[in-house]
Every structure is written in structure tokens, then in C-alpha cells.
Design a protein around this ligand. Structure first.
Ligand code: IPE
Ligand code: IPE
Ligand code: MG
Length: 252
């Protein structure tokens, strides 16, 4: 029996884009009597592990929810700890990104992050911009509703400026105004920690994604858990509104 990684490698194709809602850091810490911040630190270790595991099986895009627009409402001390962890991890993870030829990107309202986070983030984005093996996108201060309303606002402005007509506003025009315009939609969305909701993540982009929910808390999530999700995905029939028979006979 091949191990899970070999099974994934033997597949004809893997999902091009995997998105993950990395949830459960707080509960992981609480179970051990630790401060929540320690859960987040262990969450960074899990992200390194999973990004490397994804790159090893040639997933092209990995997009992770690291901090939501609603997470600003957490206790000030926790927000501060998260930002500190973000700055120190960006510095530390450059080697992993370079070794695995991973390009870093960010989506969300990154201008609302503390200045040192922004400059660290921009530096790592710049230093890794030519890597072609995988794109790792951090969703930071990200919320779908904010993203969609900003897109609507920018399209409305273009109409006012005479740059486009109302009729030209269609699905493609809207998608082109989202932060994700340069990547394909996620094929697979994973959420950890036994929570079954989307929490304002990529709501437009996951319209046809396959969903996978794992009971594992994010700091416990292992490469094999990712591979298990990919193998499960491979058995799904993505019908995109058609019937199963249509897909099998290849008749449109
Ligand atoms: C996810 O873990 C990380 C962030 C939201 C920043 P949580 O901090 O939400 O962990 P739980 O859900 O409280 O266990
Ligand atoms: C979603 O997790 C955001 C991230 C994983 C960064 P939350 O823990 O904030 O989501 P809710 O509040 O339980 O829906
Ligand atoms: Mg949570």
C-alpha cells in the first residue's frame, strides 16, 4: 500500500488551488493550559508543514485564512500577539519559501495592518516574487463582504467616469475587481477544527469548490491530513449544474 503522499503523487491531476480556513489555534492552546498566543505560534508551524507538503505534490495555489476582518474585534492583546507573530514568522520563513520556490502573496485590507507588518510582508512578497512552483496567499484582514463591496464601488466609479457601461458589468468584470483576480477559483476548501461555516472567506470564489471539514485543530493538522483531503476530493464528481450522465457521456 502506497503512503498517502505517494497516492497523491500517482494521481493524474491534483487540485490546482486549495484554500484553507486554519481554525482551532485557541482551543489547541486551551486544552493544554497555554495562552492562546502559543496556539497561534504552533499554527505557524502547521502552516510551514502544510505549505511544504502542498508544494511537494505540485499544488499550484494555496490560499490560507490567517486573519479575518472580524478578527480585529478580538481582545487587543490577542490581536497584538497575532501581529507580532506575523512579523517574526515572515522573517523566519523566507528560507522555507525560497527552498520550495514558493511565491508569497497577500489578499485583504493589508493597509490596516501595523506598519512593521506591512513592510515585512511587502519585503517577503518582493523577495519571492519570481518563484514559480507554488503561490502561497495569506488572507490578512480579509473579508469577502468588504472585498465584494469594494469591487462594486470601483465598478460604479468606472461607470461614473465614463470608462465602462452599466451593461458591461458581468461576472467576469466583478471577478476581475476582486483581490483574487490573478488566480483560479479554489477547487478544494478545507476547514479544520470541526466548524462548519465559511466565516466570510472567499464567498464568491468558492461557489463551486468542494468542501472538506476536518475535526483536527489547525496546529495538529499534518501533511497526511492534507493528502487525505486531496484524495477525498479526487472521488468527488464536480457537476457544475449538469447531470452525472452528461458528464459521463461528455455530451453538452
Ligand atoms: C484560528 O484559530 C486563527 C485565527 C482566527 C487568527 P482561532 O484563534 O480561531 O482558534 P479557536 O477557534 O478559538 O480555537
Ligand atoms: C476564521 O476563523 C478566520 C480565520 C481562520 C483566520 P474564526 O475563528 O475567526 O471564525 P468564527 O468566528 O469561529 O466564525
Ligand atoms: Mg476560531
Amino acid at each position: 500500500m502506497l503512503d498517502l503522499k505517494e497516492q497523491v503523487k500517482a494521481l493524474k491531476s491534483v487540485p490546482k488551488h486549495v484554500a484553507i480556513i486554519m481554525d482551532g489555534n485557541g482551543r489547541w492552546a486551551k486544552k493544554r493550559g497555554y495562552l492562546r498566543a502559543l496556539g497561534h505560534e504552533n499554527g505557524v508551524d502547521a502552516l510551514r508543514r502544510i505549505a511544504t507538503a502542498a508544494a511537494e505534490v505540485n499544488i499550484e495555489y494555496l490560499t490560507v485564512y490567517a486573519f479575518s476582518s472580524e478578527n480585529w474585534n478580538r481582545p487587543k492583546l490577542e490581536v497584538k500577539a497575532l501581529m507580532t507573530i506575523l512579523v517574526s514568522s515572515l522573517k523566519k520563513e523566507l528560507k522555507t519559501l525560497n527552498d520550495n520556490k514558493i511565491r508569497l502573496r497577500a489578499i485583504g485590507d493589508t493597509s490596516s495592518l501595523p506598519k512593521d507588518c506591512q513592510s515585512e510582508l511587502n519585503e517577503v512578497i518582493e523577495l519571492t516574487k519570481d518563484h514559480k512552483h507554488m503561490t502561497l496567499t495569506l488572507a490578512l484582514s480579509y473579508g469577502s463582504r468588504a472585498e465584494l463591496s469594494a469591487a462594486a464601488k470601483s465598478l460604479a466609479q468606472e461607470v461614473l467616469d465614463g470608462k465602462r457601461t452599466v451593461e458591461s458589468i458581468d461576472e467576469d468584470a466583478l471577478a476581475a475587481n476582486l483581490h483574487t483576480s490573478e488566480m483560479p477559483d479554489p477547487d478544494l476548501l478545507i476547514r479544520t477544527s470541526n466548524e462548519f461555516r465559511i466565516s466570510n472567506f472567499l464567498m464568491w470564489q468558492i461557489a463551486y469548490s468542494e468542501l472538506f471539514f476536518s475535526p483536527k485543530l489547525w496546529p495538529d493538522f499534518q501533511a497526511d491530513d492534507l493528502y487525505e483531503a486531496v484524495l477525498d476530493f479526487q472521488n468527488r464528481e464536480r457537476r457544475f449544474g449538469k447531470t452525472s450522465e452528461q458528464l459521463k457521456s461528455n455530451v453538452s
